[in-house]
Design a protein around this ligand. Structure first.
Ligand SMILES: Cc1cc2nc3c(=O)[nH]c(=O)nc-3n(C[C@H](O)[C@H](O)[C@H](O)COP(=O)(O)OP(=O)(O)OC[C@H]3O[C@@H](n4cnc5c(N)ncnc54)[C@H](O)[C@@H]3O)c2cc1C
Length: 442
């Protein structure tokens, strides 16, 4: 399949067998045409198909080929933009409603997984563990617990503070201090989930075409015409869910989203040493802006993600880099070997919030979910599907974060600067605290 082959990931090696879906080679009509076979497109198509709408989805490569089939697999509420920043920008009530929409995304994923547990479309376990622990690499000081509880209460969230002793009882590393535990989060096999969603769309009567790039979009009256190399979909609604890779179908939107690369590695089986270092079956991340995220999978393998860069080329020594990152936190895992390492592209807008809503009559966007997309794509798709069905309240929650950067000559440069700035701040925070600790010791 050339460019459309899945990357050599642990997910691809353990994916459910599913037949290729033929490219679109005809003119068809639908109620909704969807561009993109990642979670944003799949959830949009599925939610609408379940409401009896005729949906037709086109995917340039294969279902789950993009970020959705190669991510960390963590499902949890919130957005890439931090909740405190959202409260400052939007006020508490608006931020709280957005958070509730992200919780709705978590619930949609959970309900879908419960409903999809059918052996004919899902052979392996989709839900792989529960709980998420977000740990700090700097000491958050004595007010941490109260601040965390106050924020959770304001947002209507379920997360709770854990002190350093509780974190270190589970994670045998001196790198970490306090943590935030969210029992509502869980982790999954994302590629198998994407394939299961696709099968469910088809079971509900939807059409899916792989290796079908949407290349042109035009409007005639109330009908949109979405052209592909060998076919066309005519529909009153189109959902653009192409993440950072939308291409020429809507260059204005494509330019508004910056592709940011991040990486995942999966070790060979580690043996009992892994359970001694990590005594926690949930997902773990650190709170740096460009932090590590990891979980134990397949009994005793470590799935480890991290790093961000705007250079989307795969680094030549990716495995060594990822192994070094693991050992910098857990040096006791000294002889681990990396079985798989792969890059993935996240789509970010400069404000770090997704772009969700109707941008022209009948033209919808559901994109730019950044590094928080598994539940948030479902939340965005739910808002878009509700809008198409006549309820605009949910997608309007996202209106302050529209595509206002679209086409702006400085859009990408601005995002790039934002990210360099974030990485630099992580580095400074840790360095400053290490120096303070050193000063106290001497
Ligand atoms: C390595 C990595 C780790 C991550 N870890 C997590 C995590 O643990 N938890 C979390 O919540 N989020 C995580 N994320 C983010 C999350 O994966 C994404 O936000 C989410 O998957 C985005 O889904 P999407 O459908 O918008 O994009 P994608 O999955 O990228 O799908 C977009 C699809 O659209 C197709 N497409 C684009 N243009 C066209 C076109 N013109 N015609 C036809 N098809 C087109 C592409 O081929 C692609 O398949 C991670 C991301 C990466 C890369």
């Amino acid at each position: 399949m050339g460019d459309s082959a899945y990357p050599a990931s642990w997910y691809a090696a353990t994916r459910d067998a599913s037949a290729d879906r033929p490219p679109l080679a005809a003119r068809i009509e639908a109620d909704i045409a969807v561009v993109g076979g990642g979670f944003a497109g799949l959830h949009s198509a599925r939610l609408l198909a379940l409401q009896g709408k005729r949906v037709a989805l086109v995917e340039r490569r294969r279902i789950g080929w993009g970020a959705s089939g190669r991510n960390g697999g963590f499902v949890g509420p919130g957005f890439a933009a931090r909740s405190g920043a959202l409260i400052d920008k939007l006020g508490l009530e608006h931020a709280r409603r957005l958070y509730a929409q992200s919780q709705r995304g978590v619930a949609i994923v959970r309900e879908a997984i419960d409903g999809l547990g059918r052996p004919d479309i899902c052979m392996g376990p989709l839900l792989m563990g529960s709980g998420k622990l977000s740990v700090s690499r700097t000491d958050q000081g004595p007010g941490f617990a109260d601040r965390t509880r106050a924020l959770a209460q304001k947002l209507g969230a379920t997360f709770e503070p854990w002190d350093s002793a509780r974190v270190r009882a589970l994670l045998d590393t001196s790198r970490y201090h306090q943590g935030i535990h969210d029992p509502s989060s869980f982790h999954i096999h994302p590629l198998n989930f994407a394939l299961a969603l696709a099968a469910d769309i088809e079971a509900a009567g939807g059409a899916i075409h792989e290796e079908t790039e949407a290349v042109e979009l035009s409007r005639e009256g109330t009908v949109w015409r979405l052209r592909t190399p060998r076919g066309e979909i005519a529909a009153p609604h189109v959902v653009l869910a192409g993440n950072a890779d939308l291409g020429r179908v809507q260059p204005r939107i494509a330019r508004a989203v910056l592709p940011v690369a991040t990486y995942v590695a999966v070790t060979e089986k580690v043996g009992p040493g892994l359970a001694e270092a990590i005594r926690w079956a949930g997902a773990i991340s650190d709170t740096r802006r460009a932090g590590d995220y990891y979980r134990v999978i397949d009994g005793d393998r470590l799935l480890w993600g991290g790093r961000i860069t705007t250079d989307t080329r795969e680094p030549p020594r990716l495995r060594e880099m990822m192994r070094g990152d693991i050992l910098s936190v857990y040096p006791q895992l000294g002889d681990i070997r990396i079985a798989y390492a792969w890059p993935g592209i996240m789509g970010y807008a400069p404000h770090k919030m997704p772009q969700v809503g109707e941008i022209e009559p009948g033209l919808w966007i559901c994109s730019a979910f950044g590094g928080h997309g598994l539940a948030q794509t479902a939340a965005g798709a739910d808002a878009v599907a509700a809008g198409i069905l006549g309820d605009d309240a949910r997608w309007r929650l996202f209106a302050p974060f529209g595509t206002r950067w679209a086409g702006g000559p400085f859009g990408r440069t601005a995002t790039q600067l934002v990210y360099w700035n974030l990485q630099a701040r992580d580095w400074w925070d840790e360095k400053r605290q290490a120096e303070n600790a050193e000063t106290l010791r001497t």
